[in-house]
Write a protein that binds this ligand. Structure first.
Ligand SMILES: Cc1ncc(COP(=O)(O)O)c(C=O)c1O
Length: 425
């Protein structure tokens, strides 16, 4: 098929994640090209990508610099693994750069292929860390209600979103959910299970896919302190919150947190190529990096992929040179103001946001009770009005590229309002 020909989406063989294929098979929305904050459909119609695809195109679409870096790397060393003693320059450089940026001492970086991969890696690393420390009974993994940690085995088992667990059975044992917002619930769970049985606590600085829930003031600082008190590893899942989304390299830095492990993905390459990873504090890496410890028998094939690392390095250059972290901090309030201005709409009950360049509007509960499909219908109507939002449970979320202008932030509000008007009419 040529680049310009349109596929016949009515006879598709493509199985879409999270989709009801019975609906989607006949009405897929073809994204043809993208530039900056804009994406274009097959008829050339323009839409504002208010979600940066899936929370990841932080530098905006169509940046030539990434394509050039990838092409240059591919023509020198396309791909090679970093298993055993193999290494390559881009992977080394990226690990060093991320280790220096992370809010931890003497950090080490383990690369994966994405976010859920990184959650698997962090969970296995946490459990094996305790084996190496002579406490193999420390296996329990704690996470928050409404948490989203991807859809692999561990991520499914520690998911707080019940619908994402249903039907899969117990993927891994020894997991417990605690309250989203009450740090004392974490303490209670640790006391109940026994601190000597708990390996780690996973938390997103801002809960993303679980409904866009910023932390209550003091919550993250309090759970980090409780983890320290009971010697439980604190894992910050920064898959969404990293690389400028909360106005810092890592969301943890906004709250002065010093996690034991950080999981990252998405914004590290702005999604141009798939990459994830785990950053481990030196104290966590130490038993694996000195003689006598059990080695980490774990590793996805594409760990340390040179071309993907080259894309990440070019992405970090752009984030730095254009001060997109600063821009994210500047625009978070205007974005939140726009979302709050929508609360006068009869379809909207609440706006959430104000912590980072991301937010959501919650749809009215009575309207949702009348029509469970309202969120999806509203999402489509808003898209027809020229803005791409993300349906999340009972809300519509936005997380635009960090390159967005204030005028374009206003366009998000106008598009959502027009789409909601059309939905109710
Ligand atoms: C906080 C968080 N963790 C993990 C993941 C999983 O990442 P991936 O989809 O790359 O596997 C996501 C994906 O949205 C996420 O938001």
């Amino acid at each position: 098929m040529s680049a310009s020909a349109s596929p016949d989406t009515t006879s598709t063989r493509l199985w879409h994640p999270f989709a009801n294929m019975a609906d989607v098979k006949n009405q897929a929305f073809l994204v043809d090209r993208a530039e900056g904050v804009w994406v274009y459909d097959q008829d050339g119609r323009q839409y504002l990508d208010a979600t940066a695809s899936l929370w990841y195109v932080n530098i905006g679409h169509g940046r030539r610099e990434i394509a050039d870096a990838v092409a240059a790397q591919m023509s020198r060393l396309d791909a090679f693994n970093v298993f055993n003693d193999y290494t390559n320059r881009p992977a080394e450089e990226l690990a060093a750069r991320l280790a220096a940026l992370a809010p931890m001492d003497d950090a080490r970086v383990f690369f994966t292929s994405g976010g859920a991969d990184s959650i698997e890696t962090a969970a296995k690393l946490a459990r094996l860390y305790w084996v190496n420390r002579g406490q193999p009974q420390r296996t329990h993994l704690l996470s928050r209600g409404q948490a989203y940690h991807g859809t692999h085995g561990v991520g499914t088992s520690i998911a707080g979103i019940q619908a994402n667990r249903d039907g899969f059975g117990e993927m891994i044992a020894d997991t417990t959910r605690v309250s989203n917002e009450d740090p004392e619930d974490l303490r209670d769970a640790i006391e109940r299970l026994g601190a000597d049985r708990v390996a780690a606590f996973f938390a997103e600085p801002v809960i993303g896919a679980g409904g866009l829930i910023p932390p209550k003031p003091g919550y993250l600082e309090a759970v980090a302190k409780i983890c320290r008190e009971y010697d439980v590893l604190f894992v910050a899942d920064e898959v969404i919150c990293g690389f400028g989304r909360l106005g810092h390299w890592f969301g943890s830095q906004r709250f002065d947190l010093r996690p034991d492990l950080i999981t990252f993905a998405k914004g590290v390459t702005s999604g141009y190529l798939p990459l994830g990873g785990v950053i481990a504090a030196g104290s966590v890496a130490e038993p694996f990096w000195t003689d006598g410890g059990r080695p980490f028998r774990h590793g996805p094939t594409y760990s340390g992929h040179p071309t993907v690392a080259a894309a990440a390095l070019a992405n970090l250059d752009i984030l730095e040179r254009e001060d997109l972290l600063g821009r994210s901090r500047e625009l978070e309030q205007p974005l939140f103001d726009v979302l709050r201005s929508l609360t006068d709409h009869p379809a909207v009950s609440e706006a959430r946001g104000g912590v980072g360049l991301l937010g959501a509007v919650e749809l009215d509960a009575a309207l949702l009770a009348e029509e469970p499909g309202l969120v999806l219908r509203a999402h489509q109507a808003i898209r027809a009005a020229g803005v791409i939002t993300r349906p999340l449970g009972s809300a519509l979320a936005v997380s635009p590229p960090l390159t967005i202008t204030t005028e374009q932030v206003d366009l998000i509000g106008q598009g959502i309002r027009a789409g909601l008007d059309a939905t109710l009419s």
